[in-house]
Design a protein around this ligand. Structure first.
Ligand code: GTP
Ligand code: MG
Length: 190
């Protein structure tokens, strides 16, 4: 399930992952909740992801609350070109704490990193917040596709191992995977 302020790019991120395209043009705000499916091959096993795209607008909050309880994973988004969406992450985390399962897989994403000139939230600030709450974190772009497949694949891997892992298999480590595979880091990747 994707959550976060209206306009941060939840629908675009999902469309990028599902169809490999970017919805340019006018912004059509999601009403209530939309469902999309995609079957992924995760290490040789087919995993069907049912993805719930929620409306960020306040007036739909009571509709979306009802879905938290059934979500196995949450992608919490902010927009790196909109400081307010980042400041609201704490409120979203409270919502999640109140409505979601305690063991829900949670990941923080800073979207729209392609808009370098309009950036208002530094990568380090995202990292710091994620660390504070113990969340895996990545910066993404629905426009360029940066880290989009990776975010969903990481979630799929984590969910798959939660349901099917044999005791002899090495444990999948979501934090480390995201850190290792994520692009656009301060280290050596472009
Ligand atoms: N530059 C850039 N623009 C983006 C990106 N992702 C989304 N946008 C733009 O941001 C606007 C909002 O995107 P949506 O995906 O519809 O936002 P949302 O989070 O689904 O909003 P709600 O449905 O209202 O909650 C659109 O005009 C998109 O074109 C991105 O990665 N880069
Ligand atoms: Mg939307």
């Amino acid at each position: 399930m994707l959550v976060g302020d209206s306009g941060v790019g939840k629908t675009c991120l999902l469309v990028r992952f599902k169809d490999g395209a970017f919805l340019a043009g006018t912004f059509i705000s999601t009403v209530g909740i939309d469902f999309r499916n995609k079957v992924l091959d995760v290490d040789g096993t087919k995993v069907k992801l049912q993805m719930w795209d929620t409306a960020g607008q306040e007036r739909f909050r009571s509709v979306t609350h009802a879905y938290y309880r059934d979500a196995h994973a949450l992608l919490l988004l902010y927009d790196v070109t909109n400081k307010a969406s980042f400041d609201n992450i704490q409120d979203w985390l409270s919502e999640i704490q109140e409505h979601a399962q305690r063991d829900v897989v949670l990941m923080l994403l800073g979207n729209k990193v392609d808009s370098t000139h309009e950036r208002e939230v530094k990568r380090e600030d995202g990292e710091k917040l994620a660390k504070e709450y113990g969340l895996p974190f990545m910066e993404t772009s629905a426009k360029s596709g940066l880290n989009v497949d990776l975010a969903f694949t990481a979630i799929a891997k984590e969910l798959k191992q939660r349901t099917t892992k044999a005791p002899s298999e090495p444990r999948f480590r979501l934090h480390e995977y995201v850190k290792r595979e994520g692009r656009g880091g301060s280290c050596c990747r472009p």
